[in-house]
Each structure stands twice: as structure tokens, then as C-alpha cells.
Write a protein that binds this ligand. Structure first.
Ligand code: G6P
Length: 608
């Protein structure tokens, strides 16, 4: 996590750094800070508040070269002394994203050499290490390369030196960093959104790259220290896509963007008459023909998408499927079937555990890899043989919404294509699914119209401390996702259970203070679910039921029914997610929490 921006220009770079940090706050917001180089001095300004507070503190700060950072704390509490950038000997400043695993050993060594540490961070060792080389007369590039050679762990860094007013060094390994190319000005940042304000021309650095950035140009060196060429991409992101517009929060905006995000993700398929494996990459047809099972690896919301897909893949495509939490899989001894397709799902494409799980899978002999991701140039996409990009656009709210529903759309396409290749999809069924997919954005729009009613319903939760979510089958993972959304942004303790499991424990929790939210589509398990809901009512539990129109579930004493506009069959999990997102959003508003930046969390978790 953490976000980095750096700039070298002929103008004052402080506004550029601050604007960039604002865009990167989703990566962490425990503190923010910047360093500018002026008259052979480093000026450091930090704040434990948000970037807005840093802006106020930097009204009188200016410079043509600087680096800035927004932090998600790993080593050392959020405080001004632990805020980045960190400075060594008044000479070298470093902003860092990632974790240095051998920092204790380096800290001991550097302390013995006479360096004093002003923070509890792992990052400070990088500053002192670079300084220890720079002080011997080596160039800033050479000193940084020498220091990096001693680091174990993950990093993206920005480095400046007090006596080098036109040079910025960037480097990455395990954490993302890109270069923004302007006219007689250059930038580095953790992602493209931070630089859209100044340029659309981006160079994505590769693993192990170090870049020396000046006013007039830049030089990239690969992990072996050899000069390297990397293509310049023109970013397709627009400033609007990362601005709030008419909405109160990014989460609300992103919930409302779902019809368009789904339409964009499904575009290539919906415009064609049949489903082809090529949408997952040129080698997809051959790979799909060679597999007999699927293993899905992901974290958080992305893992919930995987759990829905398991129901689809086994039922529609007839392929055995396992779904694992990436952080568990990476350390588990597992049995390798080389005919398994390993599917990683990630909004960011840089989640450390998911990335490590993919690398682990490859290292133990898995050959077939596919990633479903929202960020085209991400590490995960590059490390996978096949890929499907969701086209949700940038997601800024920490609680994932449109990334999730578009992941589901992509996974449904995967299911259909595998089913077709295995002769399990008649032409008629294929056309019916394509028809339903084309209709999906409109169906999602219709669900969004429930917003005013859900805002009202949310008032019932303002004084609650716990909530129970129930679902069955395909919609059990949707209950999990609803509970996750509620706990993430409203801090209400929420749990989800498959409704049939209620009687084996959670029923003991049910009383009038424990609202029970049920996901109730009209599917084969509806009558079973209704019986489970009776069990709740019989114990005085208050029910909030999101029911399809034809379920014959009605509002009554202790039962609050929210009517879904239509029943969407296999695609129902996508539609049933939306009211739960809205519920979490409006409950958070009731609670007055920071919706887009919930405490202790970050959007991109690039550490273990
Ligand atoms: C963090 C985010 C979640 C996200 C999870 C996995 O915890 O706050 O919203 O679901 O990481 O992220 P990924 O980018 O891999 O989907």
C-alpha cells in the first residue's frame, strides 16, 4: 500500500505532488508528507491528517523537485516521525511503498556505522543506505542501485538528494511505479490517476527497474543494471473518471457506475453473436481444452466473486472448482494437478497475497494461469498466461463495488465459454445467456432505483451493533459480501451464514437487537430459505429481506421486504449485490463514518 508521487519540473511541483497524493489516498491515509529540494536543502513537511491538512501546511512551500507520500502504516504507528519521506543526514530523502524484510539487520549495521534513526519505519534504512554510498562520491543513481542490491523485500521508491536539484530516482520491485512523461518535466507515481493532471504519457516500470529522471529525459535500467527501453503508453483514463462529480462519496458514485461498468466489461461479447475463448487471450482455446479443474485464488471481495463462480462453474460448465483465500494457499502444502487452471481475481492486480499465491502455484508446477483484473498493466496480469480485464474504470472507494460486479460478469463469461467448449451449452442456451447479459446493465439500473427506499431502511440500523446476513447457494457468497461491506464502512459487526447453517449456532444470537438480512431470489432454494427465515421470526428476530418480485414474501410484523425489480436467473447474484452495497453505504451515512476511507483499511494491500 502507500502511494508515491515525485516530480521534476521548471514550475513549482508542490501543487502537482499534493494533487497526486489526493488521487493516491485510496492506497493509505495514515499520514501524508512531502520533501522539496531548495537551495541545496531538503524541506520536509508531514501531517498525520489527510492530504487536505498537508496542503494547509505547505502553503509557503515550493520547489522544482520533490517527492511525496501517503502512508498505510506497517512499521511504526501513524505519527509525524514515522511519516514519509524519510531523510538521511539532511542529504537524501526517500518515499517508499512496500516492506523491507531485512530492515532490522540493516538498522543494526547502519547504527554501528553512526547513523541515528529518527523513526520506527523500515524505510529509513533505505535513506541511510543510499546516503552511505552517496557520501563516498557515487552518483545518486549508483548509490540507489547499490542500496537496492542489499534490500530484501518489496519496494517502490522515490529518491532525491539535497545537492542534486534536477534529478529524481525511482525504482520498483514488488510494488508498482510508473513514470509520467511531460514536456521538459517528468514525474513518477504509484498509479496513472495521480499523474493525469499533468500528462497522459505513462511508462510502466518493470520488476527490478531503476529510473533516473531529469527535466529533459529519463534513463531506465533493468534489474541487471543494463539500460532498458520501456514503451510509452497513452493512458485512456480521463480526469472525470477519478473525480467525484455530482456524488457525495466515491462509493456512491461507483455503485451508480455499475450499469456502465458492466456494459463496458461485456462489450466485446454483447456485440457478437457467439462466445469465443479469445477474449481471455490468444492461447485460451488450447489452454481451456487441456484443463480438468479450476482453482480460484483471491482476497476479500475478489474472493467472494470466486465463491460465486464456483457455483456457476460446477453447475453450468461441469468443472470441479476450488476457491481459496490467497494468503492461506500460499503457505499451504497442496496437491498439484497440472491440468488445473489457476484463476486469480483482483481489482488492483497488486495484492501481495494474491500475487504470492500465483507465484507459489507456478513454482509448485501449475502451468495454466488466468487473471481477472481491473488494471491492465498490473503485476498480476503480467504474471498470468491468460487474462480478462474488467472494465470498471478506476475504483477509488476502499470498499469494492463495481470491481466486484464486473468480476462476476467476467467469471460468468468464463463459465459459459468453458461450458461451450465442453459441449454443455446448446446454441439456444448460448443465445439466451447472451440475451440476458445484454440486458444486465438495464437490470442493474432498475435495481439502483431502490436507493431512496434503502436509504430509509438504513435508519433501522443506526443504533445496531451486530447484523446477520443469510443466503443460500449462489447467493451465500452475496450474503458474505453484504456483511463485508457493512462491517468495512459502518463498523457494525456483521457475519454471513448459509441460511441452512443457522440452526447450528448463529440462531443463538438472534433477538430483537440482531437484524437479519436475507438475500432471497426466486431460485430452487427459495422454499428452504423461507423455512430458515421462519426460524428467525420465531425467535423475535427482525428480518430485512431482499426478495424477487415472485417470491411471495411480503412485509409484515417484523419482516421488511425490499422488492427486487426482476428475477435474473444465473445472473441474480450480480443484481442482489447492489442493494446490499447501498444498504452498507446508507448505514455508514447514518453512523457518520468516513465512507471512502474506513479506518485501518486500504484499497491496495501490497503487504502481507
Ligand atoms: C483490500 C480492499 C478490498 C479488496 C481486497 C482485495 O482489502 O480493501 O476491497 O477486496 O483488498 O483486493 P484486490 O485488489 O486483490 O481485489
Amino acid at each position: 500500500m502507500c502511494g508515491i508521487v515525485g516530480a521534476v519540473a521548471q514550475r513549482n511541483v508542490v501543487p502537482v505532488l499534493l494533487q497526486g497524493l489526493l488521487r493516491l489516498e485510496y492506497r493509505g491515509y495514515d499520514s501524508a508528507g512531502l520533501v522539496v529540494v531548495n537551495h541545496n536543502q531538503l524541506e520536509r513537511v508531514v501531517s498525520t491528517g489527510r492530504v487536505a491538512e498537508l496542503s494547509e501546511k505547505t502553503i509557503h512551500t515550493s520547489g522544482h523537485l520533490g517527492i511525496a507520500h501517503t502512508r498505510w502504516a506497517t512499521h511504526g504507528v501513524p505519527s509525524e516521525r514515522n511519516a514519509h519521506p524519510h531523510i538521511s543526514s539532511g542529504q537524501i530523502a526517500v518515499a517508499h511503498n512496500g516492506i523491507i524484510e531485512n530492515y532490522e539487520e540493516l538498522r543494526t549495521r547502519l547504527s554501528a556505522q553512526g547513523y541515528t534513526f529518527a523513526s520506527d519505519t523500515d524505510t529509513e534504512v533505505i535513506a541511510h543506505l543510499i546516503h552511505s554510498h552517496y557520501a563516498r562520491g557515487i552518483s545518486l543513481l549508483g548509490a540507489t542501485q547499490a542500496a537496492l542490491a542489499e534490500l530484501v523485500g518489496a519496494y517502490a521508491i522515490g529518491v532525491v538528494a539535497a545537492d542534486n536539484p534536477q534529478q529524481l530516482i525511482g525504482a520498483r520491485k514488488g510494488s508498482p511505479l510508473l513514470l509520467g512523461v511531460g514536456e521538459i518535466e517528468h514525474f513518477i507515481a504509484s498509479d496513472a490517476s495521480a499523474l493525469l493532471q499533468v500528462t497522459k504519457n505513462m511508462v510502466y516500470l518493470e520488476e527490478g527497474d531503476v529510473v533516473e529522471v531529469g527535466l529533459h529525459g529519463y534513463r531506465i535500467f533493468n534489474a541487471q543494471g543494463e539500460a532498458a527501453q520501456r514503451p510509452v503508453h497513452v493512458s485512456e483514463l480521463t480526469n472525470e473518471s477519478v473525480e467525484l462529480g455530482e456524488y457525495r462519496h466515491y462509493m456512491q458514485k461507483e455503485i451508480h457506475e455499475q450499469p456502465q461498468a458492466l456494459a463496458n466489461t461485456l462489450e466485446s461479447v454483447c456485440n457478437s453473436q457467439s462466445l469465443i475463448p479469445g477474449i481471455f487471450g490468444a492461447e485460451a482455446a488450447a489452454t481451456f481444452a487441456d484443463i480438468d479443474s479450476i482453482l480460484i485464488l483471491a482476497c476479500g471481495t475478489s474472493n467472494h466473486a470466486g465463491q460465486v463462480a464456483r457455483y456457476w462453474l460446477e453447475e453450468i460448465a461441469g468443472i470441479p472448482c476450488n476457491v481459496e483465500i490467497a494468503s492461506e494457499y500460499r503457505y499451504r502444502v497442496s496437491v498439484v494437478n497440472p491440468k488445473t487452471l489457476v484463476v486469480t481475481i483482483s481489482q488492483s492486480g497488486e495484492t501481495a497475497d494474491t500475487m504470492a499465491a500465483l507465484n507459489h502455484a507456478k513454482s509448485i508446477g501449475h502451468l495454466h494461469t488466468l487473471s481477472i483484473c481491473n488494471v491492465p498493466e498490473s503485476a498480476l496480469v503480467r504474471a498470468s498466461k491468460l487474462r480478462m480485464l474488467t472494465r470498471a474504470g478506476p475504483e477509488i472507494g476502499v470498499a469494492s463495488t463495481k470491481a466486484f460486479t464486473t468480476q462476476l460478469a467476467a467469471l460468468f463469461l468464463l463459465t459459459l465459454i468453458l461450458a461451450k467448449q465442453r459441449g454443455r451449452l446448446s446454441q439456444e442456451a448460448e443465445q439466451k445467456h447472451l440475451h440476458d447479459l445484454r440486458h444486465l446493465p438495464a437490470a442493474a439500473q432498475a435495481v439502483l432505483n431502490l436507493e431512496p427506499q434503502i436509504a430509509e431502511l438504513a435508519k433501522h440500523f443506526a443504533d445496531k451493533h451486530h447484523a446477520l446476513f443469510l443466503g443460500r447457494g449462489l447467493h451465500y457468497p452475496i450474503a458474505l459480501e453484504g456483511a463485508l461491506k457493512l462491517k468495512e464502512i459502518s463498523y457494525i459487526h456483521a457475519e454471513a451464514y448459509p441460511a441452512g447453517e443457522l440452526k447450528h449456532g448463529p440462531l443463538a444470537l438472534v433477538d430483537q437487537d440482531m437484524p437479519v438480512i436475507a438475500v432471497a431470489p426466486n431460485d430452487a432454494l427459495l422454499e428452504k430459505l423461507k423455512s430458515n427465515l421462519q426460524e428467525v421470526r420465531a425467535r423475535g428476530g427482525e428480518l430485512y429481506v431482499f426478495a424477487d418480485a415472485d417470491t411471495r414474501i411480503h412485509s409484515s410484523d417484523g419482516v421488511h421486504r425490499m422488492q427486487m425489480p426482476e428475477h435474473a436467473g444465473y445472473l441474480s447474484p450480480i443484481l442482489h449485490t447492489i442493494p446490499l452495497q447501498l444498504l452498507a453505504y446508507y448505514v455508514a451515512l447514518q453512523k457518520g463514518t468516513d465512507v471512502d476511507k474506513p479506518r485501518n483499511l486500504a484499497k491496495s494491500v501490497t503487504v502481507e
